[in-house]
Design a protein around this ligand. Structure first.
Ligand SMILES: [Fe+2]
Length: 298
């Protein structure tokens, strides 16, 4: 899931964080959503073709995980349940609640940032319920149920990562008031969606955008093309990103603990410093490495 400025955006003037944001309204039926944008998962509305799409996507990603996905993800991916059907969100929530106190909630699609942050801060992860059409099998512009479930939910079973996600939501609510959502969105993009982690066995992916992508999983971990830079919060917040192609820069954490601790302090002075640096030295384009930066090779 990524937050977005939807058609009735609560939080105006903030750059949306979507896969391919554009002028058209977000996909999904928002008439059935409540004030917090959640709704009931209409499980009976899925067709056999929908379940088959999910099953094939799941199978394709699962066989790629060894050696590319982090251990925490691989250990938890089975918590999604039997892969033959689109899972019932309530079943996953029951297991997730016991594991880390999180739940997943159903949403019609992309939701406004503030609604998104409020759900995360309450340890609720919004999952889109519609699934891509067969012709979108390799690429779907907006996140669907496969991206949201397969990409995001397994790591919510990890205690440290789960705490990080809640802290991100709380930080997001604050960033809205500080007009800093664009800087904070970069943190989400480069960690939750496209993060890499250094392990004793080598680099592994933990970002949902990578883990739910057929091609980017191998690219992110093994290709010599992209830059892989050691995680640094302020550097990351200066960094632009691309939404229309594989990433040309990834940020690498040593552990989820590092991620949680680096993002625990009050961001108010950090935003100020990042803005000062951007005013002085500019933003960093995707694919650019700064002098002296620690890099990881594939
Ligand atoms: Fe996502």
């Amino acid at each position: 899931m990524n937050p977005a400025v939807a058609h009735s955006a609560v939080n105006q003037g903030v750059a949306p964080v979507t896969y391919g944001s554009g002028d058209r309204p977000p996909r999904g039926n928002y008439a059935r959503a409540g004030a917090d944008y959640t709704c009931a998962q209409d499980w009976n509305a899925y067709t056999e073709a929908d379940h088959d799409t999910f099953r094939r996507l799941h199978a394709r990603q699962l066989q790629q995980l060894p050696g590319l996905a982090c251990d925490e993800f691989i250990a938890a991916v089975q918590q999604l349940g039997a892969p033959g059907r689109i899972p019932r969100f309530d079943d996953i929530s029951e297991r997730l609640l016991k594991a880390t106190g999180w739940q997943i909630v159903c949403v019609p699609g992309l939701i406004p940032e503030e609604a998104f942050f409020a759900l995360l801060a309450a340890r609720k992860f919004p999952v889109t319920d519609w699934i891509r059409q067969p012709e979108e099998f390799d690429y779907v512009v907006e996140p669907d149920v496969f991206h949201d479930l397969f990409g995001h939910v397994p790591l919510l079973f990890d205690a440290t990562f789960a705490d990080y996600m809640q802290a991100y939501g709380a930080g997001g609510l604050k960033a809205s008031r500080l007009d800093a959502c664009e800087l904070l969105a970069r943190l989400y993009w480069y960690t939750v969606e496209f993060g890499l982690i250094a392990t004793k066995q080598g680099l592994r992916a933990y970002g949902a955008g990578i883990l739910s992508s057929a091609g980017e999983l191998r690219h992110s971990v093994t290709s010599p093309e992209p830059r892989r830079v050691a995680f640094d919060l302020q550097r990351l917040m200066r960094s632009r990103y691309r939404i229309d192609t594989f990433q040309s820069t990834y940020f690498v954490v040593d552990s989820f603990r590092q991620l949680f601790e680096a993002t625990a302090p009050d961001f108010t002075p950090i935003y100020a410093r990042v803005r000062e640096t951007i005013a002085r030295e500019g933003e960093v384009e995707a694919g650019v490495v700064l002098p002296g930066e620690r890099q990881f090779s594939a």
